[in-house]
Design a protein around this ligand. Structure first.
Ligand code: MN
Ligand code: MN
Length: 458
């Protein structure tokens, strides 16, 4: 194993590290949904001089080196571009991460009353161990879009005076049958219903608790029960991101997969000054459910935006677009598994990421014989190694875990369809997809440095 990154830091490094962590924690706490995350990215980019690509198109502005633009789709996908000196057809440097995280989505027809208790029925999103999501405080985040198009934002459970919610679980005293089940059956998906009330509305005979909830929703948000049909409300763990460990060397938070790569790539792009190749940060949705849908990586939005950028530079043709895409370099910025000694058997110790060893490169992902993987080209891997060494970035290489122990994927293979070089590269995470995930601050710091070096030197 290489030297632990912590032991290499100067006072100045530690200062910069903590400054990055403070920004990161604040970002995590206010970016729990993909919509919140996208809005925060656009806000931070705007304050750094990024302007809307839509405006650029409308006004017929010609983009020049040094110009910075952003494009968004449905408030759930964001593309930032910092225009470089070289023509786009020489290729661009892209870092792509995802803003969606596992959670429980409130169903279209969710509200019901049973035995004097009111519940919201949910459908879980992404891969979760369902039993981890019971009996922890949860918050409701999202939007309700009314029939007239009005958007009612919802955010309950984060303020110190806010109520919180949770999913109950059977008391251990009566759980003999339940605890003898396999862990996958232990909590059924349909039992992930959120308890939201128990107080009846005075004078109401039937479903009085539900009636009271509807009255509160009407008073606070001016919405009706039917408005759940066009709502996107996500049930997420309540509470802020925090320092973790007696030595404060780690961060505990919901949604670090993949907001840790979102934030570090955003910071890396905003830190760029004069650049030779155009630098792009891609922030996508729907990675956890297969990258489908208009705001997922498989959507044409990225390609269309590249066409618009070429056009705004006066360089567009179908062939120019193909050349731009195929000569680009990409880092698929996603988290990987951190070695957990409590479950050491799941990992192969020579090829797994460790806390304190820096940013992790995954040449390939996949399952059952690398199935579904991108598998980066060795020449590209060599180029990235060189850039990391030249810029003093602590890095490690890793696989998700032991061969045939399981598997996973990222958005890497989708960009590789254009014939571009793509490599997975991100922060190791412990307890991935649990309500509260753990990352090492030094790995986050090194990842930000890695992304800066990639934009500058690749
Ligand atoms: Mn991920
Ligand atoms: Mn994930």
């Amino acid at each position: 194993m290489k030297e632990n990154a912590w032991t290499t830091y100067s006072e100045k490094d530690l200062e910069m590290l903590e400054a990055l962590m403070n920004g990161y924690k604040a970002f995590l706490t206010t970016s729990k949904t993909e919509r919140e995350c996208a809005a925060n990215i656009v806000d931070m980019a705007s304050r750094s001089g990024y302007v809307s690509l839509e405006q650029v198109i409308k006004t017929g502005t010609v983009l020049r080196p040094g110009d910075k633009v952003y494009a968004t789709l449905m408030g759930k996908m964001v593309i930032l571009a910092h225009m470089g000196e070289q023509p786009l057809t020489e290729g661009v440097n892209i870092i792509g991460s995802h803003m969606d995280s596992p959670r429980l989505d409130v169903k279209q027809n969710p509200l019901y009353e049973e035995s004097g208790l009111a519940y919201l029925d949910t459908h879980y999103y992404g891969g979760i161990k369902k039993y981890q999501w019971t009996t922890v405080p949860m918050a409701l985040h999202g939007v309700i879009i009314k029939k007239d198009g009005t958007c009612v934002p919802v955010n309950i459970g984060e303020g110190t005076d806010d109520p919180v919610f949770c999913i109950s679980d059977l008391l251990v005293h009566l759980a003999n049958a339940q605890t003898n089940k396999k862990a996958v059956d232990f909590i059924e998906g349909e039992k992930l219903d959120v308890l939201i009330g128990s107080r009846p509305l005075a004078g109401e005979k039937k479903n009085a608790v539900k009636a009271n909830i509807l009255k509160l929703l009407k008073e606070k948000y001016d919405v009706e029960e039917d408005d759940f049909i066009s709502a996107e409300i996500e049930v997420v763990p309540a509470g802020a991101a925090r320092d973790f460990g007696l030595d404060r060397s780690m961060i505990l938070s919901y949604g670090q997969d993949d907001k840790v790569c979102v934030y570090t790539s955003l910071m890396a792009l905003l830190a760029q000054e004069k650049i030779s190749r155009t630098s792009i940060a891609l922030f996508v949705d729907k990675e956890e459910t297969g990258s489908l849908g208009a705001t997922g990586m498989q959507s044409r939005f990225f390609e269309n935006t590249m066409a618009e950028l070429l056009n705004a530079c006066g360089q567009y043709s179908e062939l120019a677009l193909r050349r731009t895409l195929s000569s680009s370099f990409m880092l698929s910025a996603d988290v990987c598994a951190a070695y957990d000694p409590l479950y050491g058997d799941a990992f192969e110790k020579k090829n797994i990421a460790y806390f304190g060893q820096g940013v992790a490169f995954n040449k390939y992902t996949g399952a059952r014989g690398k199935s579904g993987t991108n598998d980066a080209n060795a020449e590209y891997v060599a180029k990235l190694r060189r850039i990391m060494d030249d810029n003093n970035v602590a890095f490690q290489t890793a696989e998700l875990g032991k061969v045939d122990a399981g598997g996973g994927g990222t958005i890497a293979y989708i960009l590789a369809l254009y014939g571009m070089n793509v490599m997975d590269c991100g922060v190791p995470v412990m307890s991935m997809h649990a309500p509260w995930e753990i990352c090492s601050k030094s790995d986050i710091y090194e990842t930000e440095k890695a992304y800066e070096a990639f934009y500058k030197d690749c």
